[in-house]
Design a protein around this ligand. Structure first.
Ligand code: ZN
Ligand code: ZN
Ligand code: ZN
Length: 744
């Protein structure tokens, strides 16, 4: 990668080992020539990997013998240009320890300066306008370096050697405080003034690395509630930013892995089990056993956290589901009705990049939203792409993927494409990535759904080979690529919605799959979705559909879900029965919705997946009971949702507590997955199971299913580098397109 201090590191290392030679950059990466004693050259090669600077990624080292030159001394060679580019742009990185020390040192010339950075840290991807990665091609172009900064920049022994965004109070960006209408407020210290306002319960828009956040004092219930109502975000949990791991421990259970995720250079939001007496306002994450926590990652965050002296709610700067605001004028326009003031600055953000979201799972990091801090670092794959590929992704939680060689470059989280701004981010993002990584796709992969805007985008491209990839096959392929596996697996793709090969809506699928193809060997019994998309927003409609399927005549009298929705129940049921505007779906997500509504947990939702999330949160993790599972002996196997629904209703009738029923339902789904997989294994001999699709964000379900499958001797693959939800679809599409291309 460029600008990560690798050449100065090599220079220092070679000099220390008394080796002669040179180091330089070319289009393939870094080249080094060293001359000296054999043991020292060995030491050099060992240290090259072991001691590389924090932002450098050493993918592989290739060596060969050269003739001795007898030259003395070591030099940094000038960069060569031209040819096909292979050097990469780094992801944005949290402020390093060296910069934090300077930030807190009254004698340092960058004391308290909110834009301090160096070769080891700071903004990267979010400020890059073009390649090569040089200051004039970043949003730092507007800030000519002062003499002091320039001297550091040109000194190979300095931590800021070739640090493109380096700056100081004399030459760099400046902080400003604005009122609720975007007018400047003259204050001596914008950070202290901002902290005072937060302490007084105000809502502030704070400009971050990839966009604006909305901030309130996390301990202030009234302020948090006000933020919810102004942002029109009724229930979806907010994330909290703290200074240190110990501060995080006051809110959540933080084990060693969680601490590593919190303190690493990427600084994602980490979802962790909250402690009982967590000192945050109740409305930060209502009814949720988890809390999203992150540590400060910009100098401004560190200054603000220190000035406030407590955790801050930091949520994306938008109204409900719109994309996060990142351009200054637009932020003032859009956030004026929400924020009481703005803490902003004059370094532009080139690419809007949301916070990433991860959680520890099964001993490793599991990424749920891959964006700031991760993008544009490539996912390296086992098998190469014969021709460059563009994969356009899904409609919701969209990411796209450009791939060549063994590298897949996944975009930042773009969001839901139905919004005009996200669609523009999608098309402009593809253009940007093509230029940054010098990829001209010849193969373009897309979803089968004809109405997805990403599909339409693909169809509008000329002179490329199009590859349609079924949604759930893409999920499973994504999981395979994520795990570096290519062979045959039983792919269990459970999600909300995906266009099936037969034109119905799939989502509870068992696919015998490899990268190149799949066979649908089992699925949930389809039911109608009364009103189509309306049934996604109103889980009680799915309850009606599933109850009708479970009880041929009529569901048992006295069901609360029926009573609550009595006026619409008959028309909706009739619509489903007559197949009017009621597409068939085998979706597992919709089954979870139905059970959540039957249990009285939620009849209509305020954010995607809410009913299923709340069903999981309601479940008693101590409950081990389950329900009988019914499968047919046809091929493809059909798994009966009706049997599960009848068992849930029977328990309700016996006044079994809701948390117990919710847990039994989760356990039964885990048992059902295991039974179906065992039946498929008997017939096919395949004993590797890949779990993918948004439903697997459900931690209780995933852990129960893994335990159950492993008990039966299955090898289980889950996602870790890319999301199991639709954010990972583009990688799967690319992997399928690559496999088909290799087979040609
Ligand atoms: Zn630094
Ligand atoms: Zn300067
Ligand atoms: Zn999906």
């Amino acid at each position: 990668m460029q600008g990560v201090g690798f050449r100065p590191f090599v220079y220092a290392l070679a000099t220390a080992l008394d080796l002669s030679g040179l180091v330089g950059n070319d289009v393939h990466g870094v080249f080094v020539e060293v001359e000296g004693s054999a043991t020292r050259v060995e030491d050099f090669l060992t240290a090259l990997r072991r001691d590389a600077p924090p932002l450098a990624v050493v993918e592989r080292v290739r060596t060969r013998q050269l003739a001795l030159t007898g030259a003395r001394g070591f030099a940094i060679a000038a960069s060569t240009v031209g040819g096909e580019r292979e050097t990469l742009v780094s992801a944005d990185s949290t402020t390093c320890a060296g910069c934090l020390a300077e930030l807190a040192d009254p004698a340092d010339r960058r004391f308290g300066y909110p834009f301090i950075n160096c070769t080891n840290c700071g903004p990267r991807f979010t400020i890059v306008r073009d390649v090569p990665y040089d200051r004039p091609f970043t949003t730092m172009a507007d800030f000519p370096m002062c003499a002091d900064c320039a001297a550091e920049y040109h000194d190979p022994a300095d931590r800021r050697f070739h640090a493109q965004p380096t700056c100081c109070p004399a030459c760099g960006p400046r902080l400003r405080l604005l009122d609720d209408r975007g007018n400047p407020v003259p204050v001596d210290d914008p950070v202290r003034a901002a902290a005072q306002r937060l302490r007084a319960g105000k809502i502030l828009a704070v400009k971050g690395l990839g966009g604006y956040h909305l901030a309130v004092d996390a301990g202030n219930e009234a302020a948090t509630g006000r933020l919810r109502s102004r942002k029109h975000r009724e229930d979806k949990p907010f994330a909290v930013m703290v200074s240190t791991v110990d501060d995080a421990r006051a809110l959540c259970r933080v084990d060693e892995l969680a601490a590593t995720l919190l303190t690493g250079r990427r600084r994602p939001i980490v979802l962790l089990p909250r402690v009982g007496d967590a000192s945050v306002a109740g409305s930060v994450a209502p009814g949720n056993r988890q809390l999203g926590v992150m540590l400060g990652y910009t100098p401004l965050h560190h200054l603000l956290l220190a000035a406030l002296g407590g955790p801050i709610v930091l949520t994306s700067g938008n109204i409900s589901d719109e994309p996060i605001a990142y351009r200054d004028a637009d932020a003032v326009d859009r956030l004026a009705g929400i924020a009481d003031g703005f803490l902003t600055h004059d370094r532009a953000i080139h690419i809007r990049t949301d916070d990433s979201v991860v959680r520890p799972f099964d001993g490793r990091e599991s990424v749920l939203r891959r964006s700031r801090g991760y993008v544009p670092e490539p996912i390296s794959l086992e098998l190469p792409f014969p021709r460059p590929v563009l994969a356009c992704g899904a409609e919701l939680k969209n990411t796209f993927c450009l791939a060549k060689g063994r590298r897949a470059f996944l975009s930042e989280h773009i969001g839901d494409l139905e919004n005009f701004q996200t669609l523009r981010a999608f098309t402009e993002g593809i253009t940007h990535f093509r230029r940054l990584f010098d990829i001209n796709p010849l193969v373009v992969a897309h979803d089968l759904h004809p109405e997805y805007l990403s599909t339409k985008y693909a169809h509008d491209l000329a002179g490329v080979e199009l590859v349609g990839v079924q949604h759930h096959h893409a999920h499973i392929a994504s999981c395979l690529a994520d795990n570096g596996v290519a062979g045959s697996v039983i792919g269990v793709a459970f999600d909300g919605t995906g266009y099936g090969s037969d034109g119905t809506i799939w989502g509870g699928e068992f696919l015998l799959a490899d990268l190149a193809g799949f066979e649908r060997v089992a699925h949930l019994d389809p039911v109608p979705m009364p009103g189509g998309a309306a049934a996604i927003r109103a889980p009680w409609r799915m309850a009606a559909a599933h109850l009708n399927a479970a009880y041929a005549d009529a569901p048992p009298a006295g069901l609360a879900v029926l009573a609550r929705n009595e006026s619409s129940w008959q028309p909706v049921s009739a619509m489903a029965r007559r197949s009017v505007n009621s597409p068939l779906t085998s979706s597992a997500g919709r089954l979870f919705d139905a059970v959540a509504a039957i249990l009285g947990i939620r009849d209509s939702i305020n954010y995607e997946g809410q009913a299923a999330v709340e069903l999981e949160q309601a479940a008693d993790p101590g409950e081990t009971g389950s329900y009988p599972v019914e499968i047919t002996d046809e091929w493809p196997i059909r798994l009966s949702g009706a049997a599960l629904v009848r068992a849930v209703v029977a328990d309700l009738g016996r006044a079994v507590p809701v948390p117990v029923i919710a847990a039994r339902f989760h356990n039964a789904v885990a048992d059902a997955v295991t039974l179906v997989c065992a039946t498929i294994r008997e017939r096919t001999g395949v004993s590797v199971v890949a779990l993918s699709g948004g439903v697997w964000q459900n931690l209780l379900l995933t852990s129960r299913t893994m335990i159950s499958l492993r008990d039966k001797g299955f090898t289980v693959l889950t996602h870790h580098r890319v999301p199991c939800n639709d954010g990972g679809i583009s990688l799967g599409q690319a992997a399928v397109a690559g496999a088909l291309d290799r087979a040609h």
